[in-house]
Design a protein around this ligand. Structure first.
Ligand code: SF4
Ligand code: SF4
Length: 175
């Protein structure tokens, strides 16, 4: 990756650094309630990502080797999951960095919060014990990612993408 690419993706990488630190902190707080481990991959499925994520992953990945990956058996499987491991793990997108942790969202009607977490985790935890100190603030994270992507697409290939466009991550293996 050249210096210009690095500068382009700097705000995105800063967000990833913040997300990874938050994940580490939440994993420490909740380690007794997390069953995440190598080989457990029910949370991995085909996803789409914002252009800023797609092109950051593309800039970092070994494209030649991922283009040789087997084609998934169906549309739901993520093609980067090989032998229960993620072959683009260091570059994985935002959503994959929050897997398994308690995610807090404002409800669609905006009058309450909703919590989302993997059904394999927090099987013996009182949901009332979740608060904004021990959960992921997903509305803030998503809002930051949206703004970073908006700035990225505004300067990318003469408006090729709108600020709401998403790209199937599987296209990386076909690019
Ligand atoms: S990119 Fe990696 S972590 Fe994300 S769904 Fe695919 S295999 Fe899982
Ligand atoms: S989030 Fe759920 S499916 Fe994914 S690794 Fe953790 S326990 Fe397994």
């Amino acid at each position: 990756m050249n210096q210009s690419d690095k500068d382009t993706f700097t705000p995105y990488y800063q967000l990833l650094t913040e997300i990874d630190a938050l994940s580490e902190s939440l994993e420490k707080q909740h380690y007794q309630h997390l069953n995440c481990k190598k080989g457990c991959d029910l949370c991995c499925m085909a996803i789409s990502v914002f252009p800023v994520e797609f092109y950051a992953i593309k800039a970092e990945s070994d494209l030649k080797s991922i283009q040789e990956l087997p084609v998934p058996q169906n549309d739901e499987d993520c093609c980067y999951l090989v032998d229960h491991s993620c072959v683009i793990y260091p570059f994985r997108p935002v959503i994959c960095r929050t897997h398994g942790l308690p995610l807090l969202y404002m409800s669609l009607d905006g009058d309450d919060y909703e919590l989302s977490c993997c059904e394999l985790n927090f099987t013996n935890f009182d949901l009332a014990d979740f608060d904004d100190e021990n959960t992921y603030p997903m509305d803030r994270i998503n809002s930051q990612l949206y703004q970073i992507n908006k700035d990225f697409v505004a300067g990318f290939e003469e408006g090729k993408y709108s600020e709401t466009d998403r790209i199937p991550l599987s296209e990386l293996a076909q690019s």
